[in-house]
Design a binder for this molecule. Structure first.
Ligand SMILES: Cc1cc2nc3c(=O)[nH]c(=O)nc-3n(C[C@H](O)[C@H](O)[C@H](O)COP(=O)(O)OP(=O)(O)OC[C@H]3O[C@@H](n4cnc5c(N)ncnc54)[C@H](O)[C@@H]3O)c2cc1C
Length: 456
């Protein structure tokens, strides 16, 4: 019996889609690098169906690609024509909010924004947040260990997970739905799967940690003269602002491009650096005055040249629109967004060296820098008119050796997938890669789970 017949007999035609019933969206994640539709798409609606699907596929040595919201930027969810996709979209819903434990138990296919709203309705903040919140799923967020804009306060996805349930390649369900903060009972199994990009198991449920919902946010946009001043302001903000929830830096060309695209002029002249500082408010008297006093002192000390404090949510959103840079997707052809980590003190020097190298190789290119500098995360926006197919690889070949020379990481938050796989040794030693391969072999001896992703 073929694997498709076996799956259809066990799960039914409503779960097993083939031929014309496979939608285009299963071809590629948001990197738009996927070329093929898979030979089947499975849409399980229960953990038991995920387990049955994997058991059958493992028996047939059939490769399987898990798909969440398809917003990934590393090609991790892209199938080959010979793969079977397991789409998690029907395994969706909030199962429980435990107010005493401050936890949410959620099915993996739940869109992030749905989970965020449910937390808010219960008076909590779900701290995982990123631009793709409307489409990405909790399972995808954990499988990629997503970062985002609030990491400086509450950490990356893995810091907000207390428990996890996973189905292994052979169909074994490992339920580790712990709700406690302290639990030192052997290996921390959840961390094997968080960030494993669907190569070690399929995440079906998670227990997420919730935080108190802030009463509001105070947001400022600052103009600075140098990267050294950006770091000095960050250190000061970390000391003085107990609720610091975002610290984002934009280099001059990034800030100017996006201000012009949005039709905004915040400062008289475009500063060398712009930074957004945001603080969670507890709704207490005097918070705004303290925030403004902090900025006033920085101004007096010459650390910042100017600062604007948002007087409304709309004004704060105007700052964030420039930082999010959505206009670039529209205005710059074949935009490449590189996602790197570097020691915070070295980011300024790295950006100068990297900018010079890219501009020398591609003289007409747009190259600009921005990032969650408080988390040591730098993004590069790169675009060149009439880019050839191999341009992205040529950019990688310039940038990643430089990242290695600075002891940085070639992926801060988007993951490895296929797009960075061949550069993984720029950030990981041979011994580390060997341990990864051994873990992969132990959990997925037949190599059916997302083959060719992360590891060769
Ligand atoms: C506009 C935009 C903004 C973004 N901003 C950020 C950002 O600030 N920070 C950030 O980190 N990322 C960001 N991303 C990237 C992306 O949104 C994240 O990587 C996200 O976590 C992917 O979730 P997803 O559900 O879309 O996963 P998918 O793209 O579907 O899959 C991603 C990987 O996870 C695997 N996977 C998916 N679901 C499961 C599961 N249940 N079990 C096991 N494996 C699974 C897939 O096989 C694949 O390898 C952004 C993307 C866009 C388009």
């Amino acid at each position: 019996m073929s694997v498709i017949e076996d799956l259809t007999r066990s799960l039914g035609e409503a779960v097993v889609l083939t031929g014309d019933r496979i939608a285009e969206r299963h071809r590629s994640d948001a990197s738009l690098t996927g070329r093929s539709l898979p030979k089947a798409v499975l849409r399980p609606a229960s953990v038991a169906e995920v387990a049955a699907a994997l058991r059958i596929c493992d028996g047939h040595r059939q490769s399987v690609v898990p798909q969440g919201g398809m917003t990934g930027l590393a090609g991790g969810a892209n199938p080959a024509a010979c793969d079977i996709v397991i789409s998690m979209e029907r395994l969706s819903g909030i199962e429980e909010i435990d107010a005493a434990a401050a936890t949410m138990t959620v099915l993996a296919g739940t869109p992030l924004e749905v989970a965020q709203r449910a937390a808010e309705d219960a008076g909590f903040l779900l701290p995982i947040d990123l631009g793709a919140r409307g489409s990405c799923q909790i399972g995808g967020n954990l499988a990629t260990n997503a970062g985002g804009i609030r990491v400086i306060r509450n950490g990356v996805a893995r810091d907000n997970v207390l428990g996890i349930e996973v189905v292994l390649a052979d169909g074994t369900v490992v339920s580790s739905l712990n709700k406690m903060i302290k639990n030192n009972t052997g290996y921390d199994l959840r961390q094997f799967f968080i960030g494993s990009e669907g190569t070690l198991g399929i995440i079906t449920r998670a227990v997420l940690r919730l935080r108190p919902l802030p009463a509001g946010r105070l947001t400022a946009l600052c103009a600075l003269d140098s990267y050294a001043d950006v770091v000095a302001l960050l250190k000061r903000a970390q000391r003085a602002l107990s609720g610091l929830s975002a610290f984002e830096a934009m280099w001059e060309s990034y800030f100017r491009f996006n201000c012009e695209a949005e039709g905004r002029q915040f400062f008289e002249t475009s500063p060398a650096f712009a930074a957004i500082i945001e603080q969670d408010s507890r709704g207490q008297d005097g918070e705004r005055e303290q925030f403004e006093a902090f900025l006033g002192q920085a101004l007096e000390d010459g650390l910042i040249g100017d600062a604007l404090v948002a007087q409304s949510e709309k004004e704060a959103q105007a700052f964030w629109r420039v930082r999010e840079g959505h206009a670039m997707d529209r205005l710059l052809p074949s935009l490449v967004n590189l996602d790197l980590s570097l020691p915070i003190g070295d980011i300024g020097r790295f950006a100068e060296e990297c900018g010079r190298a890219l501009s020398a190789r591609f003289p007409p290119a747009h190259v600009s820098f921005f990032g969650h500098v408080g988390d040591s995360n730098l993004h590069i926006a790169f675009s060149v008119p009439d880019a050839a197919q191999e341009t992205a690889h040529q950019v990688d070949a310039i940038v990643y050796p430089l990242v290695a020379a600075y002891d940085g990481s070639i992926s801060a938050e988007h993951g490895i997938g296929t797009l960075k796989r061949d550069f993984l040794d720029h950030s990981r030693s041979e011994a580390e890669l060997d341990v990864m391969r051994r873990i992969k072999h132990a959990l997925d001896p037949n190599g059916i789970l997302n083959p060719g992703k992360v590891l060769r």
